[in-house]
Design a protein around this ligand. Structure first.
Ligand SMILES: [Fe+2]
Length: 145
């Protein structure tokens, strides 16, 4: 049966993705400044991607026999990312998102590591895809500074 560390790592990945989705949407709504339009659109692209990802991650957790977390309290307690998005300046929003996406990359790498031990190729593929996506988002954010 699937190891508990893998399940825990997947729950962390789901939770952090959910929190960062919410935070990206918050910034989509509240960003201001001369770069408003580009950031407004980019933040939407990011949260829409993560909206799809949380569904796939949660269903993967179900498929390997565990229960997916599904409340804000659970997501927050399973996440290293804080949903309290107090930044109001566009530059600060970008810096905050970059560090959050880096956390996601590290969490997804842990999933890859554990999935490899289990020879769980489907979970590994999913986590590798998330690494690629978050690294792409980091590049997009860094290029918007
Ligand atoms: Fe919108």
């Amino acid at each position: 049966m699937t190891n508990q560390v893998l399940i825990q790592n997947l729950k962390n990945l789901l939770s952090e993705t959910y929190i960062l989705m919410l935070k990206s949407q918050n910034y989509h709504w509240n960003v201001t400044g001369s770069n408003f339009h580009a950031l407004h659109v980019m933040f939407q692209e990011h949260y829409e991607n993560m909206f799809q990802a949380v569904d796939e991650l949660a269903e993967r957790i179900r498929a390997i026999g565990a229960v997916a977390p599904g409340t804000f309290n659970q997501f927050q307690s399973l996440s290293q990312i804080n949903s309290e998005a107090v930044q109001t300046k566009d530059r600060e929003m970008i810096e905050s998102l970059i560090s959050d996406h880096k956390i996601l990359v590290e969490t997804a790498k842990k999933v890859v590591e554990e999935a490899q031990k289990e020879q769980d190729d489907a979970t590994m593929d999913m986590a590798i895809e998330r690494i690629q996506t978050h690294e792409k988002f980091i590049w997009m954010l860094q290029s918007s500074r």
